[in-house]
Design a protein around this ligand. Sequence first.
Ligand SMILES: Cc1cc2nc3c(=O)[nH]c(=O)nc-3n(C[C@H](O)[C@H](O)[C@H](O)COP(=O)(O)OP(=O)(O)OC[C@H]3O[C@@H](n4cnc5c(N)ncnc54)[C@H](O)[C@@H]3O)c2cc1C
Length: 338
Amino acid sequence: MHIQKNISLKKYNTFRIDVRAKEFVEINSDEEIQSLILSGILNNKKFFILGGGSNVLFTENFDGIVIKINTKGKKKIKEDSEHIYLLVSAGEDWQNFVEYCLNNNYAGIENLSLIPGTVGAAPVQNIGAYGVELKDVFYELQAIEIESGKKVKFNKDDCEFSYRNSIFKNKLKNKYIILSVILKLNKHPKIKIEYGNIKQELEKSGIKNPGIKEISNAICNIRRNKLPDVEKIGSAGSFFKNPVVDNKTYFRLKNKFPEISAYKLPESKYKLAAGWLIEECGFKGKTIGNAGIYKDQALVIVNHGNANAKEIINVMKKVQKVVYEKFGVKLLPEVNIV
Ligand SMILES: Cc1cc2nc3c(=O)[nH]c(=O)nc-3n(C[C@H](O)[C@H](O)[C@H](O)COP(=O)(O)OP(=O)(O)OC[C@H]3O[C@@H](n4cnc5c(N)ncnc54)[C@H](O)[C@@H]3O)c2cc1C
């Protein structure tokens, strides 16, 4: 374990923001994490746990230690006639893991294809896409408490998962490092193709009874067409959460904007498509300084090359203000702003 000084974080965040970390350490085993904690190095020091850096906006040089989780490994821990339980290390790349499951015919995460980042970060915001969330396949995770160095298990209820949210973004923010996650995958796929354009995409290729690989391919095609390739354009994917509003607000908006895009949720709530709200305000494809809104998806703020965090925040604030003025709805960032 080697603590480096004054390291640029540009290649470690998909927004490609060029800030520096006072200290930076890459962790390759759970034992290294434990000894880092027990050494007391983190005491009274600012720290940040980093996975793939695909859901973070660094706004200034980080005056503390960035701990980059690179731990690798996956193993089957049990199975029954219906399910297979896989334990996966936090530093595994999410998309590599999805491909491993597709190749072994383990079903349940095909709809979460092509989400950047690591397995360890997936529970933090309960990643979701195309009608599936991590919580649907989550069984348990192991984490280490930063204050004590004690290893603790969290089951699904403990994690308090909700839409793009978990206990690790709230009460337990910066209290634990997730070491590994156990996912409960299906041996017999339960296909979900009702969401978004999956059906249309499958029809284009003449596929009537898709398997999990075909669903994954269809979703990858859709995503490649509407999301920027982070190797070419800096972004953190959807910048804002889709706002959830009550019945009254929804019908007020629906009256005024009959085309509004929304999904009905339980308990008389509606989830509004933030992308639609932003597009209606004319932001889609707009460039503001070195940053802007992606041309094919209004929910995505992009770095056109040399944007600094101030320029990204400036776009964020402009969008929030105009959307609020037009619809009376507050947009909250999904991205972790550091
Ligand atoms: C092009 C693009 C598309 C995207 N599409 C989606 C999508 O469809 N659905 C979706 O949900 N998200 C999406 N995202 C967001 C992002 O990919 C996910 O949130 C992903 O899980 C982040 O993983 P990461 O390893 O990059 O996390 P990071 O950005 O490194 O970290 C995110 C947060 O998790 C914490 N963290 C990371 N690792 C650990 C750990 N081991 N223990 C404790 N805390 C940890 C960090 O401190 C930080 O607060 C997209 C992003 C991009 C760039």
